[in-house]
Design a protein around this ligand. Sequence first.
Ligand code: MSP
Length: 468
Amino acid sequence: MKFYITTPIYYVNAKPHIGHAYTTLAADVIARAHKLKGDDTFFLTGTDEHGAKVAEAAGLAGKSPQAFSDEIAELFKSAWANLGIEYSDFIRTTEPRHEAGVTAFLGVLKKNNALYEGEYRGLYCTGCENFITEKELVDGLCPVHKKKPQEVVEKNWFFKLSKYLAQVGELISSDKLKVGPNSAKKEALGLVRQGLEDFSVSREKVKWGIPLPWDESQTVYVWVDALLNYVTARGYPQLSKTAWPADLQLVGKDILKFHAIYWPAMLLAAGLPPQRELFVHGYFSIDGQKMSKSLGNVIDPNDLVKEYGADGARYLILSQFPFGQDGDIKVEKFKEQFNADLANGIGNLVSRTANLIEKNFDGAFDKKEPQAPDEGFDALLSGNRIDEALKSVVSGFGELDKKIDEQKLWNLVKENKNQANKILSDIANEILALARKLAPFLPVAAEKIIKQFSAKKIKKGEPMFPRK
Ligand code: MSP
């Protein structure tokens, strides 16, 4: 089976933080699980480089938007490499392949009579890269960025959303476009009911963007430009049968409207099927506060990798709260959790089991054939309940640890060698089975465990997660 999964493409106005890492890691876990099942898997991520927000950030850094984007895009790539994220492709919206695809797509929208010329009079928040209504303001400010939006009067080309909105609503309510979790589906249907206005596909006063092919006074609106990455990366306008639709698109709740409504509407207008599934995860705060540069509480995923290793960082980021809900991260708890679940948990269990087998049974145990796939576990993963799937594996290791304690295996090996051998073999086989489930989450640790317990002679080895 083929499986195509995407993350949002992140703005290059600043370096990556753990919010970006959260979505990208989740996609990596799901992609790895599919690869391990033998699916023909394609995992796309990338960077969103056009628009006023990026141009402003570049200006503040005294660099051209392109030079600035080049630098920040590299920071995203290296952060993902440090976290052990294995994407199939990384698309940058300033690449010629993307620009060509965007130009082609807009031509199709125009030909299909989905666009019209008009004037936009209203407010724009560059932080959001979005048009904003008077109603949405709080004390005259953008509620997200706490900044006064710009008053804009300019010519724009508009997309006839009204023509496609009912159809998008039907796709979502019938689950032909599955939107999860249920709260996100409700929100999307609420937006359809409320009736969104037509949106701009181009801007007049933004120079850092892709020129509109038939109207050089305009550049493509950055959100339209960005959404198209999901098809341009697969070769649009030459899409092979397996290249589209995406099977799963992951996004944070901040960008639900663009992905649940605008994007499928654009696809319908261009004669393409909508994505199969959109899963919208929650937002997290840090110690009760919104993560922001001005508060100085932004967590760099590279710092977590330095402290806890790639697998440790992956574990800490993915295990904080249910995928699909909001949550709060308490940074001072990271160390405690690392020690409890990884150092004293999985790491210690693996090393004490290997040690008992090495010392008492010459490094050998009675190996069983790998078990049939665990349906319950697969269901958690395919339902995007990745935190629960991860927890079930970690608690599985915990159960084995308890077994060693309860059976006092260190005594049993002296008192009843046969019995001890049987129990230890069971534990070792279970460890192998759990390591296979752990592989998409903590790939390095899982591979080490599998190697260690598949060897002819098992050795205790170095501690996998040294205590902090
Ligand atoms: N460039 C647009 C997306 C275009 S996709 C066609 C954009 N970029 S962004 O850099 O702002 O990234 C937003 C995404 O980053 C969120 O949807 C989410 O995936 C992730 N997160 C950013 N901050 C986050 C949290 N505090 N918590 C969880 N996820 C967060 O929007």
